[in-house]
Design a binder for this molecule. Structure first.
Ligand SMILES: [Zn+2]
Length: 90
């Protein structure tokens, strides 16, 4: 099956599998491992970004609503943030 005239486009080794991309078995396995990792990392990144956005909105609601124009110092604001309920998960 392996055609000695064909080489892996990644490592230039003997192409010992068919299909696209023209990677050898070793490079194909590595590619699949990395691709899976990348998908998981992308999902984690989307979840993190959504969490940050939800937190910001929750904090804005907290201060715009209950706090209003009362003002406050940094310690008070920090205490409110620490006791703030978690944003809803949707
Ligand atoms: Zn290879």
């Amino acid at each position: 099956m392996a055609d000695p005239n064909k080489t892996c486009t990644k490592c230039s080794g003997v192409l010992d599998r068919e299909g696209s991309p023209a990677y050898c078995k070793k490079c194909w396995a590595e590619y699949q491992r990395n691709y899976k990792g990348t998908k998981e990392e992308m999902a984690e990144g989307r979840g993190f970004a959504a969490g940050v956005a939800a937190f910001r909105e929750q904090a804005a609601l907290q201060f715009a609503g209950a706090w209003g124009s009362a003002g406050g110092n940094g310690y008070e604001i920090a205490a409110v943030l620490r006791q703030m309920p978690a944003p809803p998960r949707d």
